[in-house]
Every structure is written in C-alpha cells, then in structure tokens.
Design a protein around this ligand. Structure first.
Ligand code: GSH
Length: 215
C-alpha cells in the first residue's frame, strides 16, 4: 500500500494535526487532508465521533487502518514508510526524544495552547476579547516548562541528536503560534537554544508547506 490512499482528518490550523502533517511531509508521503473545523463544532458530529471517540483531531486512515492519538499516528507513519527515520535507533537517544515529547505534551501544550494561544489567537477569531488574567496564569505555568525544555535541548540545531526527530515536529506547530503572541515575542529571545533550534527548523520545507493561520 502506498501513501496516496492516506487520509488525515483535522483542520490545518490544529497543532497536533500539523505534527502529523509534518511527519508525512518529512517522510515524503502523499496524503489528503480532510478539514474538521473544531472551532465551529465539526468535531462533535456523529461522523467525526465515529472516527474519534473523544471528538479530537487528528485521525489517520490508511486502508483498513484507522488511528487516533498523535503519538500512534506519527510512529506509524515513521515506521510504515521509507525515508529518513524520524526516531533515533539508539535506545538512549530515543528515550530522550520521548522525554522531550512528554514534556511538550504534558507541561507545554496546556498553558501554551490552552491558555496563551486560546486567549491571544483563538478568542479574537471567535470575536471574544482576550482575558489578561488567564494569559498571566498561563505564562506562570509555561515559564517552568519552557525553562525545562531549554535545558533538554541537546542537539544543534535539532532538539535531540543530529537529525530532525518527532520531538521537533511536536514542538514546531505550537512554537510557530507562540511567536505570534506578545508573550512569545518577549520570552523567545531569553531561550537561546530554542531560538537557535527555530532558526533552522522554522525554515524547513515541511514547516513552510504546512504553515497555518487561525485567521
Ligand atoms: N491526545 C490527543 C490530543 C489531541 C488534541 O487535543 N487535539 C486538539 C487540537 S490540537 C483537539 O482536537 N481539540 C478540539 C477539542 O478539544 O474540542 C492526541 O495526541 O492526538
């Protein structure tokens, strides 16, 4: 089976959908993106709930295989298709990559996406004003996570090792949005390893091709 019959469900603006797309792009796999605009409720339809029991995105369909959870999707794409591997073979490097992904998912996503990006980028699109106190609470939570992440960066320019890995593809979509906020603009220059990482990763063809906007 080739990638041309592969379907990814999720809006281009979603960070986890973009992680899956970045994985497909890095592996050179053809796919069709079917938009599920969750900001306007398209993830709560019976059709989408039959694909994803929790009404989230992304969902991948490849032949008889239907998968949700970004970790499962990206691991499948990386292993099922040829192309440069996106996960180190070495056990220690792979574990450190998974550690970074764990930090991003567990300690970065909620304050960065759920609070800062929600207030600064999503609410304006929905015609609602940003709540500064929610931004402040989000930034207090986020600072700790960002400091830890900065210390975990061991590659140059990549987060782990000498090649792009799934860790880079998890962080890139969130980081790209974060830089569009006043908080991101202020904090990013204080994190030199992450700034160095983004200078290289932010211009990768996969990242440029999947650029998305909430507006
Ligand atoms: N654990 C899930 C999380 C997916 C997730 O939270 N996706 C967000 C978009 S980036 C979503 O579907 N949000 C819509 C909602 O929660 O209603 C995964 O790894 O795929």
């Amino acid at each position: 089976m080739t990638g041309s019959d592969l379907i990814l469900y999720g809006p281009a603006y979603s960070t986890y959908t973009r992680t899956a797309r970045l994985t497909l792009e890095e592996k050179g796999v053809a796919y069709r993106l079917v938009e599920v605009d969750f900001l306007r409720g398209a993830n709560r339809t019976p059709e989408h709930l039959s694909r994803h029991p929790f009404g989230k995105v992304p969902v991948l369909e490849h032949g008889d295989l239907r998968l949700y959870e970004t970790g499962a999707i990206t691991d499948y794409i990386d292993r099922a298709f040829p192309g440069a591997p996106l996960q180190p073979k070495d056990a220690s490097a792979r574990a450190r990559m998974l550690q970074v992904i764990g930090v991003v998912v567990s300690y970065i996503y909620a304050p960065m996406v759920g609070q800062i990006l929600f207030e600064r980028l999503i609410k304006p699109v929905l015609g609602q004003p940003a709540d500064q106190s929610a931004v402040d609470i989000g930034m207090r939570r986020l600072r700790k996570g960002l400091g830890v992440l900065e210390q975990l960066v061991e590659g140059s320019p990549f987060l782990i090792g000498g090649a792009v890995t799934l860790a880079d593809l998890y962080l890139a979509p969130m980081w790209a949005y974060f830089l569009q906020t006043p908080e991101g603009e202020a904090v990013a220059p204080t994190l030199p390893r992450l700034a160095n990482w983004w200078r290289a990763v932010g211009v990768r063809p996969s990242v440029v091709k999947t650029e998305a906007s909430l507006r």
